[in-house]
Design a protein around this ligand. Sequence first.
Ligand code: IPM
Ligand code: MN
Length: 359
Amino acid sequence: FLSKRIVVLPGDGIGPEVCGEAVRVLKAVAERFGHHFTFDYRLMGACAIDATGCPLPDATLEACHQADAVLLGAIGDPKYDHDPTAKVRPEQGLLALRKSLGLYANIRPVTAYEQLLDFSPLRPDRIAGTDLLIFRELTGGVYFGEKGRTADGTAYDNCTYHPEEIERIAHRAFRAAQGRRQKLTLVDKANVLETSRLWREVIQSIAPEYPEVAVDYLFVDNAAMQLILNPRQFDVILTENMFGDILSDEASVIAGSLGLLPSASVGDGAALFEPIHGSYPQAKGKGIANPIAAILSAAMMLDHFGLPEEARAVRDAVENALNDQVLTPELNNSTAYTTEQVGSFIAYGVLDLMECHLH
Ligand code: IPM
Ligand code: MN
């Protein structure tokens, strides 16, 4: 039986609501399997700016460094989005946290659930069977390059990559492909960008170490099209920070809702688990946010702890929620359940108490 310290960063908007359900499910896992999880709640994002003036307070960062894992809800607030001159922004907290924890690989699985095929705006026959994994580089590229303004008012954001920054995530992506359908697609813009040409060079030099993995290369504009034209062609997609950010939101349309996509961010030390969606401020407090992305992020955390049976119990309970159409309104308005009802259904499922709950 394991004892784990989990730092929870609920964040802003719907973050606290979806995190609450993920914690409920983790508590159910602890109860069912006899583990001991502690939850240490900390501030990050706009809520941290409001309380302390800083998006990532030292106490939060310190706690994250000491944790076995971090669970994050979402961050962001429209008052900063609408003020481009704001010097302190919630996103700075998340980026600084990723950098400080060395979370260079962000893993975003995308699955077309059989039960939800009709809820995607894409044709079911196109998306059925999609099962892909996006490896998004998370601590480099244009997000972290030098940025600023010059005297004449020009703004700049530099995009830089060192070969080692590419190698370390590439090895992880190749290993993931080895354990799946042995296909890796590098997405870049090597016809234009020098950094992309470096990505290709590095991938080509590493590829011989993984002879069973078939590698192909796509320009990002083409990849954006292929992703909705024929998503089944993809197994592991490896790409730089910003392309991965954009393509993973696009890929969520295949799953039927952004509210379904989890992610794990890993590196050399602590790991962080967060839904890929944002803080969805319009939905805050309404009980309509889909907690499944956060709950599946918790399942990825369990895998990371080396608890595959526990992770499977969570995923099975999520599947049951999909089977029984226990869904939030963005997926099915006619049978809509609240955030808490969906979370409770899944937690009861983990405890094997489904019968008592809704029936
Ligand atoms: C994500 C988000 C973040 C990102 C924002 C909030 C900084 O969109 O995790 O995908 O761009 O990485
Ligand atoms: Mn994003």
